[in-house]
Design a protein around this ligand. Structure first.
Ligand code: HEM
Length: 515
């Protein structure tokens, strides 16, 4: 086979890629060895900072095909977003799945939520739906997020993972009881990325061509079916392979077994909903399906693997602020906080021109005066008048969209005082108890076993607080965790000081969520 010649990044053929240039065959190296210096200094800069959360991930490309309807109704009744109109229309997309707390190469068998981030390159610009596999979250106010993540990651002094940190935080955050109930059940370890659901978790709005809005939640359902792992199964996989989920996704797409998910929405009138015993904008709650049915709107197929993981997946940048016409933000306090955080971290992690990278750039013209910055790439076709990089101007350049050519905007109105306050109707335990009771027997047994294992090595004050939360959710739940902790502690005591589980003294166990 005729093979192409290796070149430098300046396009020069590489004549010797094995030996640096030296004085004599054993002598010191010379600064004029341009190829060597380019090669080694590029290598020295090959890594970018990993994501502060969701560092471990895998991704792929594909398309979204709309049904043009939401259930039996025309989708236009609720949203004018073009990505949903015209049955059969396909929109290209990319997806990144991830774990949350671990580092970039951490095991994919972790008991941890899985990220489910989708970027659609729509005809109206990009739409990102940055979700997780589980449909709810630990906390309901963005103010608590940095503390939560600090508690879930390793001890800042020892760098040792330790479930006591997580339960210390969670025991003082009763709103997390519902999420902990899912996380410590088998739902906390999806078998692979292909066999898990996805959910937008936070509440968004859909806006129709009259400017009327409804609240909406998104859910992805895998056509491959849902599969979760017991702790024992996860331990067995982890002993042999820390990247099984990445490998599974890549190999399935390589062999043409393209994974597919159906997209459903739940719709609710944009209102306080006094008839509900929870706030509809509280992301620790599920919207009951009997009142707010899941309605299919389209399907997603993943049919292409990345050709360059770093360029296409590691540098992918998703954000909750990336919405298209026909969509809007709800007042969900987590969503509001998230919307600042994503692009803020990406300007640091990837760089000011992160939106110029092919994976992040929309597939529609970008006509912006936000030019320059490190690694700026000129867009000669879209530059417009190269002299006018401001707006408004009578001389040229781009002008803002004419409102007459656009649908009426959605204008939420407020009449309230500014304040820092918790929401009313916190109802921290009702749905947690319901979820506990809805599990199958083996899932409940796993839940009790996993919680007992992790809590047995925690401080007594934390154990007592967690038992109280579980009891509030369901009396049997609390009692079984209490008995489970006592049993585990007895077993640990009987093992004697020489045979204690590693890290017992520092509260370390296999349930630590860090890397
Ligand atoms: C990633 C912040 C809650 C899902 C991230 C990143 C940040 C962040 C800074 C790293 C982004 C990057 O480096 O590109 C926050 C904040 C939250 C929050 C401040 C709460 C106030 C959530 C929730 C979900 C979620 C509730 C689930 C719906 C994700 C996913 C990623 C991510 C899937 C990975 C995206 C990717 O694959 O690149 N988050 N997050 N986050 N977050 Fe959140």
């Amino acid at each position: 086979m005729q093979r192409e010649t290796l070149t430098t990044r300046q396009g020069h053929p590489v004549k010797d890629n094995q030996n640096i240039r030296t004085i004599g065959d054993r002598g010191p190296a010379m600064l004029e060895n341009y190829h060597f210096i380019e090669k080694i200094s590029h290598f020295d800069r090959e890594e970018v900072p990993e994501r502060v959360v969701h560092a471990r991930g895998a991704g792929a490309f594909g398309y979204f095909e709309t049904y043009g309807k939401v259930g039996d109704e025309p989708v236009e009744k609720y949203t004018r977003a073009k990505v949903f109109s015209g049955a059969g229309k396909k929109t290209p997309l990319m997806v990144r799945f991830s774990t949350v707390a671990g580092a970039k190469d951490s095991p994919e068998t972790a008991r941890d939520p899985r990220g489910f981030a989708v970027k659609m390159y729509t005809e109206d610009g990009n739409w990102d739906l940055v979700g997780n596999n589980l449909k709810i979250f630990f906390i309901r106010d963005a103010m608590k997020f940095p503390d939560m993540i600090h508690a879930f990651k390793a001890d800042p002094a020892s760098n040792v993972s330790n479930p006591q940190r997580m339960f210390d935080f969670v025991s003082r955050s009763p709103e997390a009881t519902h999420m902990i109930t899912f996380l410590f059940s088998p739902w906390g370890i999806p078998a692979t990325y292909r066999h898990m659901q996805g959910s937008g978790v936070n509440t968004y709005k859909w806006v129709n061509d009259k400017g009327e809005a409804v609240l909406v939640k998104y859910h992805w359902e895998p056509k491959q079916g849902i599969r979760n792992l017991t702790q024992e199964e996860a331990d067995a996989i982890q002993a042999k392979n820390v990247g099984h989920a990445t490998q599974d996704l890549y190999e399935a797409i390589e062999r043409g077994d393209y994974p597919e998910w159906e997209l459903f929405v739940q719709i609710m009138e944009d209102d306080y909903h006094p008839e509900l015993d929870f706030d509809p904008l509280d992301d620790t709650k599920l919207w009951p399906e009997e009142k707010f049915p899941w309605r299919p709107v389209g399907r997603m197929v993943l049919d292409r693997n990345p050709v360059d993981f770093h360029a296409e997946i590691e540098q992918a940048a998703f954000g909750t602020g990336v919405l298209v016409d026909g969509m809007d933000f709800s007042d969900d306090k987590m969503l509001q906080g998230r919307t600042f955080s994503y692009s803020d971290t990406q300007r640091y992690r990837v760089g000011a021109n992160y939106l110029k990278l092919p994976v992040n750039a929309p597939k529609v013209p970008v006509r912006t005066n936000q030019r320059r910055g490190q690694m700026a790439v000129p867009d000669l076709e879209e530059a417009g008048d190269p002299h006018i990089n401001y707006e408004p101007s009578m001389l040229g350049g781009f002008e803002e969209a004419n409102p007459e050519n656009h649908h009426p905007p959605h204008h939420p109105t407020y009449n309230a005082a500014a304040m820092s306050a918790p929401i009313d109707r916190p109802n921290n335990y009702g749905q947690a108890g319901h979820t506990y009771r809805s599990f199958e027997d083996w899932e409940r047994d796993e839940l009790i076993n996993n919680l007992s294992d992790a809590l047995a090595i925690c401080d007594k004050r934390i154990q007592d607080a967690m038992i109280e939360h579980f009891t509030q959710a369901d009396e049997e739940y609390g009692r079984r965790v209490k008995e489970g902790i006592e049993k585990k502690m007895k077993e640990l005591g009987e093992m004697g000081s020489e045979n204690k589980v590693p890290g017992r003294e520092s509260g370390q166990s296999k349930y630590g969520q860090g890397s």
